[in-house]
Design a protein around this ligand. Structure first.
Ligand code: ZN
Ligand code: ZN
Length: 139
């Protein structure tokens, strides 16, 4: 799969049977919907669907950032903000193929959510702790 930002081939990073596509050049991460669902299920999350619907149906964010094309279908993705304050912009495919995190956004997200509801094991935290383990961000 090609990186939606710089068009280099991405590498597959596998961790606990979950595969992510990672761009060595811009450090962006593509999270396939199926892989994200697998991850949430493997963590015993009760409602992976609610998590998805929440993200896919969220408001479109206004951003000067360039639009990215989905690496699967090639259509322009929608920008949406997750994480409240400060907002972290991610790109999502309207056909629910997956989520794109620009390089730096993963770390930003991890830092932001690390300070929030520490004892609560919710779906966002599961995703973040997984990314932390994969990319070795400070936790
Ligand atoms: Zn890239
Ligand atoms: Zn797509």
């Amino acid at each position: 799969m090609r990186c939606p930002v710089c068009k280099y081939d991405m590498v597959v990073v596998e961790y606990h049977n979950i595969e992510l596509d990672y761009c060595n050049s811009c450090k962006g991460v593509w999270f396939d919907s199926e892989e994200l669902e697998l991850l949430l299920k493997s963590q015993g999350l009760e409602e992976p669907k609610a998590f998805f619907d929440g993200i896919f149906n969220s408001q479109k964010a206004v951003s000067p950032e360039k639009k990215r094309n989905c690496p699967i279908c090639g259509h322009k993705m929608k920008k949406t903000a997750i994480g409240g304050q400060p907002e972290i912009l991610i790109d999502i495919c309207r056909d629910k193929h997956g989520l794109w995190f620009d390089g730096g956004e993963v770390t930003q997200l991890i830092r932001h959510l690390a300070g929030e509801h520490p004892p609560k094991r919710d779906s966002r935290e599961q995703v973040i702790s997984f990314l932390e383990e994969v990319f070795g961000a400070p936790g």
